[in-house]
Write a protein that binds this ligand. Structure first.
Ligand SMILES: [Zn+2]
Length: 279
């Protein structure tokens, strides 16, 4: 990770909180964190945590998407989960200092509030509300892991790829996804040739109207028809969990979309950027 030149820095208003976990905290509990926050931006391919790194700092994404990749000894890689503004990267560091078993790579550019694991652990010990949001998030991650495991065992590549495309689409404001076939191969855990074949099937079905210069345009309704059931089941369960257990409730018709960032106070701090760190 390195800091980008000043002119590239994306500045986010100090008042913007897009992160659903932070937005659910009462002001007093949020106030335990905000003095220690640093605002960062990350671009696609930025590596936020490498496998084997200590889980420190903790990131609360306000926008964008981060994929958790499991690297195999033979060089192959596959995604286990995708996280956006509903999550907190390295929040499980509250269990004590530990090393990451996966590499976290930004797939969609975004911003996050960052806090040291030690400061986050101290706030976690003081605040029942912070403990609650971490627990809800942990259950959502486990649910996603279980679905992805079943999906990889039971469902065809086209349905799985459609699922990943929809999960990415939930975190961008329009129908253009900034992903290459190489990135899709890594997410789905298949060879590039399999991606090319699958993309041509999706194109023939009208689910991918165009694909060029690292952008895939999707037709959401058609892609939803091709995606396996895992997408809707997973999103419905997680959204229900968030709506019921985190206050204030989120609009049910916009589960994880990034088109709007809720305005609130706090979550400010200096701004910097996390840049691409070659893979
Ligand atoms: Zn599936």
């Amino acid at each position: 990770m390195r800091t980008r030149p000043h002119e590239d820095i994306v500045t986010v208003p100090r008042t913007a909180i897009g992160n659903r976990l932070l937005a659910a905290l009462p002001p007093a509990d949020l106030g335990l964190l905000t003095p220690h926050f640093q605002k960062v931006s990350f671009e696609p391919d930025a590596v936020l945590v490498r496998s084997g790194d200590e889980l420190d700092p903790v990131y609360f994404p306000h926008s964008g998407a981060i994929a958790f990749m499991l690297d195999m000894p033979d060089g192959q890689t596959a995604a286990t989960t995708l996280m956006g503004r509903e999550g907190a990267l390295a929040s499980f560091s509250v269990l004590g200092p530990s090393l990451s078993s996966v590499t976290a790579v930004a797939r969609i550019a975004g911003t996050a509030s960052l806090i040291s694991a030690a400061k986050f652990r101290a706030a976690y010990a003081q605040s029942a509300a912070i403990r609650n949001v971490v627990q809800v998030h942990a259950r959502a991650v486990l649910l996603q892991l279980q679905h992805v495991a079943a999906c990889n065992a039971l469902h065809r590549v086209d349905g799985r790829m459609a699922r990943w495309l929809l999960q990415l689409h939930d975190r961008v404001p329009d129908d253009l996804l900034p992903v290459t076939q190489e990135v899709l191969a890594q997410l789905v855990g298949v060879r590039r040739t399999t991606v090319t074949l699958t993309m041509s099937k999706l194109r023939e079905a009208g689910a991918i109207p165009s694909e060029r210069r690292g952008f895939v345009e999707i037709h959401r309704a058609r892609l939803e028809r091709i995606a396996c059931d895992c997408y809707k089941l997973m999103q419905r369960k997680i959204d229900r969990m968030y709506c019921q257990e985190l206050a204030p409730p989120q609009p049910a018709d916009t589960p994880f979309r990034e088109s709007t960032i809720a305005a609130s106070d706090g979550a400010g701090g200096e701004s910097k950027a996390v840049s691409r760190a070659g893979r």
